[in-house]
Each structure stands twice: as structure tokens, then as C-alpha cells.
Design a protein around this ligand. Structure first.
Ligand SMILES: C[S@@+](CC[C@H](N)C(=O)[O-])C[C@H]1O[C@@H](n2cnc3c(N)ncnc32)[C@H](O)[C@@H]1O
Length: 354
């Protein structure tokens, strides 16, 4: 068996056999629901208990403006996020959950009819597919067919992350969004630690060094990504902490768009963006990332990349953008302090932008 296959089998075993519920996890990688927006908490109250009990995510990768969209959840597990997304895309949308582990998918599939009923839909708008996130082609997911790809604490587990990002950017439509929560490391982690089944399964030793993540996105043509939220990860297990050494982990939610127009640093074209306040559940402000919080009706100077993220994506109808790229004024200072005093922020270093 190849190293890659062995790693996948190890992870399957961890999520199919070893863990029986979120309580079995050995770190606090799982997110604390108290920080979750109310509109998501409200939907979770309408999700089956068995699904919730086997949630192993590390964030809440549920973006706005989803109605009628096709969303794919990579490593959907028992389907917590997939069902929240199912509510937000509505009956005219579709959620495709992909996972490789039978036991996880069995729980997700068990509730397809009852969840649709709970949300008031005539028939399910979900599809749970067994397969590998490194190879969506073999699941017949066509090029340019998905509006939004989400994932919650899964990509770190993949033994071939390059293939995962290639597949994501293949299946996304132009202007489509990758919105995912995951664990990132402040350095590359040794192969030996990566092979440890517990450290790997707990979403630690497979985590991407943040600069390698930036490079992987660059290699699939994505020159800018944005950190939406982030928090340092506490490892509340002495044994695990002793084994992992000096590596510092961050749990972050990140967004990136499939856009040809992004540049590798922020450039100033004198553009201004104003949020119209028209996104459901986000009437007063729209948070693009940890230092771009658009208050409704308040014009904000933006770099060319931010303008593209707002006007060449599904967010376009919710923004007025003044200006284009016809005149260049040099590099744009997009740092949190200069750009947005009301930022949602935390102090994690940003993406390629800012
Ligand atoms: C940490 S759990 C997260 C599950 C789910 N996203 C959640 O938030 O509860 C990781 C999930 O990803 C799946 N997974 C890991 N690597 C995978 C891969 N390469 N292809 C498909 N599924 C994978 C596992 O089977 C498991 O269900």
C-alpha cells in the first residue's frame, strides 16, 4: 500500500471506528458554538442530535448569500454543516457532501428525508457522495459547476493537499468561492509526526504551514486569499503537547475566490466599495475578512483585489463599486489599522493581501 493510501486508511479508521462522538477528541480543535452567529445557531436547533453529536469541525464555514446556489462540502462527516447549508441554499439549491468514511456518511444519509421535512422542503436538496476529496473527477463533478466549496477541518487530513486545491479550483465556477475552516501551523511538520495516527487524526500533524498554503493557492492560480477569523489552538492534553513540540497551531476560517483578475499584492486603482445592506442575516455590515468590515451605506476605499472579490462574484449585486482599473495609483496599503478601524479582527497575519 502506498504512503498516501495508508494515511487515508488511518484517518478513515480514526473517524469511522476510534471516535464515537465529539467528546472523544483530545484537543479543543472543535469550535466553540458560543461565538457562532445567531442565524446559524437557529438552524442548528433544527438539526438532528445524532448529527450534532458527531461534529468534528474546527469552525463554522457557512458564508452568506447562498440561496439557489450549488455548494460542495468536502469531508462532510455526518453532515452538520451540509444540513445548515441545505437550509440556506433553499429548495432551489443543492448541497453535495463528499466523505470517504462509511460510518460518517451513513449518519448523514440516514436523516436526508427528515431534515428536508424539518426545513419545510418537498424533497431533499442534499446529495451525500462517498469518495476522496483529492479526486472529485471520479465522482463526476464537472469543471466550473460549483458556486461555493466549503470544508471544516478536513484538508489538513489529506495526504495530497495539492490535488485537493487543484480539484477545488477545477470544479469552482469562475467567481466561485472556497470558504473553509482548518488548522494551520507556523512551521512545516516532520514526516514522523505526520505519520502518528492520533496527531494526524486530531487534525494537528497534517496541518499546513501557512506559507505553503499560500504557495499551493498560487500554484492553482489564486494569488490572494483572506482570513475571516482565527484563534490560537489550545492543546489540552499534556501527552499530545509533549509530542508536537514547538509547533504553534491556529484554527482559521479562510476565503479565496476563483478569479483571474487577482494580483499578488494589493494595488490601488482608486476604487471605492459601498455595501447595500441587502444580504440576509447581514443587514448592517458585511465581513469580507478580518480587516474588511463594510458597514451598510458607508463608502470604503478598496484595493483592486478586494474590488474584484466584491464585483466579480455572487456578492456583486450587494455592492456598488466606483472606479475601474484604468488608472493605477501604486501599491495599496491594506493593513488592518489603516483600512478598517471597526475590524472584526484578530491579529493573525493576513493572506497574500495585506
Ligand atoms: C475532522 S472530520 C470533520 C467532519 C465534518 N466536516 C465536521 O465538521 O464534522 C474529517 C472528515 O473528513 C473525512 N476525510 C478526511 N480525509 C478525507 C479525504 N481525503 N477524502 C474524503 N474525506 C476525507 C473523514 O472521513 C471525516 O469524516
Amino acid at each position: 500500500m502506498s504512503d498516501e493510501m495508508m494515511s487515508l486508511e488511518q484517518v478513515k479508521e480514526y473517524y469511522g471506528q476510534t471516535l464515537k462522538s465529539s467528546n472523544d477528541l483530545q484537543t479543543d480543535a472543535c469550535c466553540d458554538p458560543s461565538g457562532m452567529p445567531n442565524h446559524i445557531k437557529d438552524v442548528l436547533r433544527n438539526v438532528e442530535d445524532e448529527i450534532l453529536a458527531r461534529f468534528y469541525g474546527c469552525g463554522s464555514p457557512i458564508p452568506h448569500a447562498l440561496e439557489g446556489r450549488t455548494v460542495m462540502d468536502l469531508g462532510c462527516g455526518t453532515g452538520r454543516d451540509a444540513y445548515v447549508l441545505s437550509h440556506f441554499v433553499g429548495e432551489s439549491g443543492l448541497v453535495i457532501g463528499v466523505d470517504m468514511t462509511d460510518e460518517q456518511l451513513a449518519v448523514a444519509r440516514k436523516y436526508e428525508q427528515s431534515q428536508a421535512k424539518r426545513f419545510g422542503f418537498e424533497k431533499p436538496n442534499t446529495r451525500f457522495v462517498q469518495g476522496y476529496i483529492e479526486d472529485l473527477r471520479s465522482l463526476d463533478i464537472a469543471d466550473n459547476s460549483v458556486d461555493v466549496v466549503v470544508s471544516n477541518c478536513v484538508i489538513n487530513l489529506s495526504p495530497n493537499k495539492k490535488e485537493v486545491f487543484q480539484e477545488i479550483f477545477r470544479v469552482l465556477k469562475p467567481g466561485g468561492e472556497l470558504f473553509f475552516s482548518d488548522i494551520f501551523a507556523d512551521r512545516r511538520i516532520s514526516q514522523e509526526l505526520q505519520r502518528d495516527p492520533v496527531l494526524r487524526g486530531e487534525c494537528l500533524s497534517g496541518s499546513l504551514y501557512i506559507e505553503d498554503f499560500r504557495r499551493m493557492l498560487r500554484d492553482v492560480g489564486c494569488l490572494d486569499y483572506r482570513i475571516v477569523t482565527s484563534r490560537p489552538l489550545g492543546i489540552e492534553n499534556d501527552e499530545v503537547e509533549a509530542r508536537i513540540g514547538m509547533v504553534n497551531f491556529t484554527s482559521a476560517t479562510v476565503r479565496a475566490f476563483k478569479l483571474d483578475s487577482l494580483e499578488d499584492i494589493c494595488e490601488d486603482y482608486g476604487q471605492v466599495a459601498t455595501y447595500k445592506g441587502t444580504i440576509e442575516n447581514s443587514r448592517h455590515r458585511f465581513v469580507l475578512d478580518d480587516h474588511h468590515v463594510f458597514e451598510t451605506g458607508r463608502p470604503m476605499r478598496v484595493c483592486g483585489n478586494t474590488a474584484a472579490m466584491l464585483e466579480e462574484t455572487r456578492y456583486a449585486e450587494h455592492f456598488t463599486i466606483l472606479g475601474d482599473r484604468s488608472t493605477h495609483f501604486g501599491a495599496f496599503d491594506c493593513s488592518p489599522s489603516t483600512n478598517n478601524p471597526t475590524s472584526a479582527s484578530n491579529d493573525e497575519g493576513g493572506g497574500a493581501c495585506c
